[in-house]
Design a protein around this ligand. Structure first.
Ligand code: ADP
Ligand code: GLC
Length: 480
């Protein structure tokens, strides 16, 4: 039995701000249980709902030194859907109202978490063959492994994998503070290690010291070797190209299923969506106060409202878009400039635009189930799960050809009768608008073609089956 430990800062169903949580919560369930014992460790945040915390079982506690301080480490444990989860408890670090508080607070929080992940292992008597780290919050784990745990016989043979879900976030801060917070000495802050443009970078540490690196789509794995997408680390990505693989994310097909999803009022599948799906649209129009018209093309957006997702293109084209025969339903939070932009247009076009500036798992599912199209014109997109959810729920994605969007959405070709969505290549607002309008024409004038696009989309298989096998291969290769 091979033992794998996922270390992550978020994980469905306990706590989620984005796609990382979906991946950390669903991938472990998809490994072959006979060969892999995959467990997950994450912080025990105060904001994890009580229905989960009340089921966690207290294991033990101890004190760990981090820099000059002794810090409390509590361990809780819970079995959920066949997976063992460990939660690391520390009131000082994890009791905020939001899981990320920004720098420099997150710097100490995740230094603590990363070190605690290693420190608890002998205590819980779980010796993983591989610690699989996700994003900058766990970037220090491979570094600490090298720094102080490597000489400890108990830790012998443990390998580390670092998965990049988003290279933009690195955990960057000045070196002096970082040294005092992490307890790492000067040696670790040279240009070939954690130093980054005069500062320190947690993620870079992870990428230097991990035994293997993965990212969440093949295209993004190539893109990050170039300056435009490399976030200053493209040189390192090229240097470690042999250890870097792109494995596209999957989706939990049980959880995300339009036939059974409790949030969806009128269930449907690949056979009956032509009749059933529109009932959800009508219900949503009513719920959100939009014009109730089954024929209106409804375009959805569910997203963190950040520059990454291409919202400056949307902002630029909002008036033009709203002059078309469409409805727009937005669900998201983030940058106030985008939150306010959508609020403004929802006020200006109140029967056409619905701006829901909050987080809601329920409403997100209704949007995927109800809309005709889903808009995701990202500037960059390591993988993207929203377009996979859309495909699964018979909603046609309109995307920019970058990262995982390029790998998972096949552009419609009207001559060959192929494709699962619409896409454009350049980060340009007019190109985006042209593509949306092309989709509108097919929707209104060639409805049979439109429905065939949905047929092909719903027939795709983006469950974890294939990608989980690729991770298993990587683990086998590393463990030998
Ligand atoms: P990212 O991880 O960059 O945010 P992904 O497309 O990989 O992008 O994943 C985003 C996930 O977060 C999806 O599951 C999406 O449905 C969800 N999501 C984003 N914003 C919201 C929101 N306001 N309410 C509910 N779910 C949201
Ligand atoms: C990141 C990326 C997103 C990806 C997700 C899960 O948040 O922005 O593209 O799908 O991680 O890997």
């Amino acid at each position: 039995m091979k033992k794998i430990l996922f270390a992550t800062s978020e994980c469905v169903p306990f706590i989620k701000t984005g796609g990382l949580a979906d991946v950390a919560g669903s991938l472990p369930k998809n490994f072959q249980k006979e060969y892999f014992d995959c467990r997950v460790v994450l912080p025990k945040y105060k904001v994890i709902p009580e229905k989960y915390t009340s089921k966690m079982e207290y294991v033990t506690n101890f004190y760990m030194d981090l820099n000059w301080r002794q810090q409390y480490v509590g361990i809780f444990r819970m079995e959920y859907e066949g997976i063992t989860f460990y939660f690391i408890d520390n009131e000082e670090h994890f009791s905020g109202d939001q899981i990320y508080a920004g720098m420099p607070w997150d710097l100490e929080k995740f230094a603590f978490f990363s070190k605690a992940v290693l420190a608890i292992l002998p205590v819980i008597d779980f010796h993983p063959d591989i610690i699989h780290c996700h994003d900058w919050q766990t970037g220090l784990i491979p570094v600490y492994m090298h720094e102080r745990f490597a000489n400890n016989a108990w830790f012998g043979g443990i390998k580390t994998v670092m998965t990049i879900h988003n290279l933009k976030f690195q955990g960057i801060w000045n070196i002096e503070t970082m040294k005092s917070i992490t307890g790492l000495d000067e040696y670790y802050f040279s240009a070939d290690k954690m130093e980054f443009n005069g500062d320190g970078s947690y993620l870079k540490g992870g990428l230097v010291y991990a035994d293997a690196i993965t990212t969440v789509s093949k295209t993004y794995a190539e893109e990050i070797k170039t300056p435009f997408y490399g976030e200053g680390l493209d040189g390192l990505m090229r240097a470690r190209a042999n250890d870097l693989r792109g494995i596209v994310n999957g989706l939990d097909y049980e959880d995300w299923n339009p036939e059974t999803d409790p949030a969806v009022q009128y269930h449907f599948n690949a056979k009956n969506f032509r009749k059933e799906k529109v009932k959800n649209k009508l219900a949503l129009q009513k719920e959100l106060g939009l014009a109730e018209d089954p024929k209106q093309m409804m375009i959805g957006v569910v997203s963190r409202l950040t520059d990454q997702k291409g919202f400056d293109l949307i902002a630029y084209m909002m008036d033009e878009l709203c002059s078309d025969a469409i409805q727009l339903v937005i669900l998201g939070t983030g940058d106030p400039k985008y939150e306010n932009m959508f609020r403004h247009f929802a006020w200006k076009y109140d029967k056409k635009v619905s701006a829901n500036i909050y987080y809601s798992n329920d409403l997100s599912r209704k949007i995927y189930a109800s809309c005709d199209a889903f808009l995701m014109p990202s500037l960059f997109e390591p993988c993207g799960l929203s377009q996979l959810m859309s495909l699964r729920y018979g909603t046609v994605p309109i995307v920019r050809e970058t990262g995982g969007l390029k790998d998972t959405v096949e552009p419609y070709n009207e001559y060959e009768g192929t494709g699962t969505g619409f896409s454009f290549a350049n980060y340009n607002a007019h190109e985006m608008l042209g593509t949306i309008r092309y989709a509108e024409r097919i929707y209104y004038d060639k409805k049979r073609e439109w429905n065939k696009i949905i047929d092909r989309g719903m027939a795709q298989d983006f469950s974890w089956k294939n990608s989980a096998l690729q991770y298993q291969e990587l683990y086998d290769w590393l463990i030998g």
